[in-house]
Design a protein around this ligand. Structure first.
Ligand code: BV8
Ligand code: ZN
Length: 232
């Protein structure tokens, strides 16, 4: 790792699996209990806001019952030891909407698909920290309207901070993907973007993913073991 100055780490649901948070596509995953079209699109929210609010209220509440695992802690340690000068950078881009990276101590975390513990006002577009349920239509802290939705990027919506992500990929020496199936774009295309700019690419995942063939190296195993081992 000594020759690495700029690193981008992409994480997906697999890094939180050992903390007890459902992944999306494994057996019994979130999407098995709900069809994506039913709960994770703007159309679903317009059609049945109570169902969608309930789906996210349950997942937000579940955050109180889980803890970061060894993989989250290993990444936080890597970040704390990363050189702090303008010729080094480390960015964790997560597809996850949980707060386990932050609770493990990571600071440089970019939630490209939003966060469970944030609410977005559909009236004034304000975003605010939110830990309770949204299903009972609480008023927006900025404009007072009962118009808060989960601050989650749904299918068909633009992920957050894409320019910042592509800038980081363009200057990365190393791109590491941890616990993602490579099924969802634009995240699934980041490995090709980074490689096109000359980054080395590494995948750490329980099994081979849809994107494994794009990586210089792909290791299979549980994140709780693979990530600390990668950093030792
Ligand atoms: C966009 C928030 C355009 C929700 C998520 C038709 C209509 C509209 C769009 C599309 C379309 N067709 C295609 C698209 C594009 C679409 C897409 O890619 N669809 C896929 C299904 C084909 N993408 C979008 O819509 C994106 N937006 O395209 O906007 C646009 C452009 C310009 C202007 C405006 C708009 C937005 C996508 C974001 C959707 N929101 N999340 C929520 O969380 O409820 S995506 C959702 O799936 C998750 O957030 C997650 O990020 C993502 C991928 O899942 P993974 O994280 O990879 O999890 P998964 O279960 O799939 O895999 C887990 C992996 O971990 C497995 O490989 C497993 O082996 C491994 N694992 C398990 N245990 C462990 C482990 N690994 C290690 N250790 C373990 N212990
Ligand atoms: Zn508002």
């Amino acid at each position: 790792m000594a020759d690495i100055r700029n690193i981008v780490i992409l994480t997906g649901a697999g890094i939180s699996a050992e903390s007890g948070i459902d992944t999306f596509r494994d057996a019994g995953g979130l999407w098995e209990k709900h069809r994506i079209e039913d709960v994770a699109t703007p159309e679903a929210f317009a059609r049945n806001p109570a169902l969608v609010q309930g789906f996210y209220d349950a997942r937000r509440a579940a955050l109180d019952t889980v803890e970061p695992n060894a993989a989250h802690r290993a990444l936080a340690r890597l970040e704390s030891e990363w050189p702090r000068d303008d010729s080094h950078s480390l960015l964790i881009v997560t597809q996850n909407v949980d707060d386990l990276h932050e609770r493990a101590g990571a600071k440089s975390v970019l939630h490209m698909h939003g966060r469970l513990r944030s609410a977005l006002c559909t009236a004034c577009r304000a975003r605010m920290e939110w830990h309770g349920p949204l299903g009972d239509a609480p008023p927006c802290e900025a404009c007072g309207a009962p118009a808060l939705r989960p601050d989650i990027v749904w299918f068909g919506e633009m992920p957050y901070e894409m320019e910042r992500i592509y800038a980081a990929l363009a200057s990365a020496d190393l791109f590491v993907s941890i616990g993602t199936s490579g099924a969802v774009y634009p995240a699934a295309g980041f490995v090709q973007e980074a490689a096109a700019y000359g980054a080395r690419t590494l995948e750490l995942n329980l099994e081979r993913s849809e994107g494994s063939h794009w990586f210089d190296e792909s290791r299979q195993g549980r994140a709780g073991e693979l990530v600390p081992a990668w950093l030792d």
